[in-house]
Design a protein around this ligand. Structure first.
Ligand code: 5GP
Ligand code: ZN
Length: 114
C-alpha cells in the first residue's frame, strides 16, 4: 500500500466505495463522478502508478484487469463499452494508482476519434 493513495485506501476498506466486482488481484467500483450511465473503475489491488507500470511489473495482473472489464460490462448489461487509461497528468490522470475507466451506455470514442 502506498501512503496517501486514495485507491489503496479503498482496497484496504479505509475509504468506502460502491464495489461492483472483485477478483483475486483486482477491485472494481463505481466512479464517484460518473461520466456515463455505467462508469466503473477497475484497479489492481497492488499499487502501481499507472497502467504501463503495472503491465511492465506484473503483466499477469494487467491481463486479469483487462479480462475483468468484459465480465463487468456484461454484469452491467452492456455488450459494448469503452476503456480509457489516462496516463500522466498531462493526459488527465489525477489518481496515480493504475486504473482503467470502463464506460458503457454512451459511445465516447466519437469524442476523441471520429
Ligand atoms: P483519472 O483522472 O486519474 O484517470 O481518474 C480518477 C477517477 O477517480 C476520476 O474519474 C474520479 O472521479 C475518481 N475518483 C477520485 N476519487 C474517488 C473516490 O474517492 N472514490 C471513487 N469511487 N472515485 C474516485
Ligand atoms: Zn495505491
Amino acid at each position: 500500500m502506498a501512503a496517501d493513495c486514495i485507491f489503496c485506501k479503498i482496497v484496504e476498506g479505509e475509504i468506502p466505495a460502491d464495489v461492483v466486482a472483485e477478483s483475486e488481484h483486482t477491485l472494481a467500483f463505481r466512479d464517484i463522478n460518473p461520466k456515463a450511465p455505467v462508469h466503473v473503475l477497475v484497479i489492481p489491488k497492488v499499487h502501481h502508478g499507472d497502467a504501463a507500470a503495472l503491465a511492465s511489473a506484473e503483466p499477469a495482473i494487467a491481463a486479469e484487469l483487462l479480462a475483468q472489464t468484459r465480465a463487468i460490462a456484461t454484469q452491467e448489461g452492456h455488450e459494448d463499452y469503452n476503456l480509457v487509461f489516462n496516463t500522466g497528468a498531462g493526459a488527465g490522470q489525477t489518481v496515480f494508482h493504475a486504473h482503467v475507466h470502463l464506460l458503457a451506455g454512451v459511445d465516447v470514442s466519437r469524442l476523441f476519434l471520429a
